[in-house]
Ligand binder design. Structure first.
Ligand code: ZN
Length: 70
């Protein structure tokens, strides 16, 4: 019985580590990730504003499209 509990605890810890130390549903600020993805960034080439999730990051700079990133 105790062995089962230990295995469960270790498995839980591994899953916890797998998610980078925080579960999506238990995150301190669940909207933080969403906010980051929807944050507008300026294309380094044509100055078009795109959301981070739609942008392409090359050498720390944001680009609106693959065309601008080249
Ligand atoms: Zn661009």
């Amino acid at each position: 019985m105790i062995l089962k509990l230990i295995i469960f605890a270790v498995a839980g810890l591994l899953i916890y580590k797998f998610f980078g130390g925080k579960f999506p549903t238990l995150a301190k600020n669940p909207q933080e990730k969403k906010l980051d993805e929807d944050t507008l960034v300026e294309c380094a080439k044509c100055s078009t504003y795109v959301t981070i999730k739609e942008s392409i990051v090359v050498n720390g700079k944001y680009y609106c499209s693959q065309e601008c990133a080249n």
